[in-house]
Design a protein around this ligand. Structure first.
Ligand SMILES: Cc1cc2nc3c(=O)[nH]c(=O)nc-3n(C[C@H](O)[C@H](O)[C@H](O)COP(=O)(O)O)c2cc1C
Length: 190
């Protein structure tokens, strides 16, 4: 069982990274092999809508997204983690998702499995935001759910924490880190 964690936060060791680390520890505690990617450390250009991927489901932009495609193909579980930036996902996460257009092309243009095989894959979403707004996570949720649907990853749930703003504030939350560890365990065992 391989679990791929992808952080979209620019703040290293911030709230998103702390939660993602706990999810991955939980998954590892149940025997999963884990790999974490920090999108802010990678070079991922925005999709150019050139439609080159319609030929063979391969993106012609040769940057770090090529490695991300390959890690997703190998993964049984994918954890996307992003803070809210201007009521949506971070630019880092959105650029990665938009490059999923090549996976969209594999599925809807070429009628092939988007991640190369038809094994059961599941996905978890983690998000934090500074505000305490009723619909704070809805734009992010809509995008992440659309992405998971396109790449044939079953939505396994989410961990959403509003009112978390300062770096490390998530550590003061009464249950968040424990919840994240348990969610990582369930992601592997359920
Ligand atoms: C550019 C930018 C935009 C933000 N926009 C929002 C927002 O629209 N709503 C919100 O609740 N928090 C917003 N925040 C606050 C972050 O979501 C919050 O500080 C979060 O805890 C950061 O998580 P991190 O430590 O994982 O990066 C924004 C922060 C930045 C830097």
């Amino acid at each position: 069982m391989r679990v791929l964690g992808i952080s979209g936060s620019p703040r290293r060791g911030g709230n998103t990274d702390l939660l993602l680390a706990e999810v991955m520890k939980g998954a590892a505690s149940k025997g999963a092999e884990t790999r974490n990617l920090i999108l802010n450390d990678l070079k991922i250009s925005p999709c150019q809508h050139c439609d080159a991927c319609f030929e063979a489901g391969v993106c012609r932009i040769k940057d770090d997204m090529q490695m991300v495609y390959s890690e997703m193909e190998k993964a049984d579980r994918i954890v996307l983690a992003s803070p809210v930036h201007f009521l949506g996902l971070t630019a880092q996460m959105k650029a990665m998702i938009d490059r999923g257009q090549a996976l969209w092309a594999r599925k809807y243009v070429l009628e092939k499995p988007p991640l190369g095989d038809r094994r059961e894959r599941k996905g978890l979403f983690i998000a934090v935001g500074g505000m305490k707004l009723a619909h704070l996570f809805e734009p992010s949720l809509a995008t992440v759910k659309a992405f998971f649907t396109v790449i044939d990853v079953e939505y396994a749930g989410d961990l959403l924490f509003p009112g978390i703003d300062e770096k490390g504030a998530i550590k003061k939350h009464p249950t968040a880190l424990k919840d994240a560890f348990a969610a990582g365990q369930r992601l592997v065992t359920d």
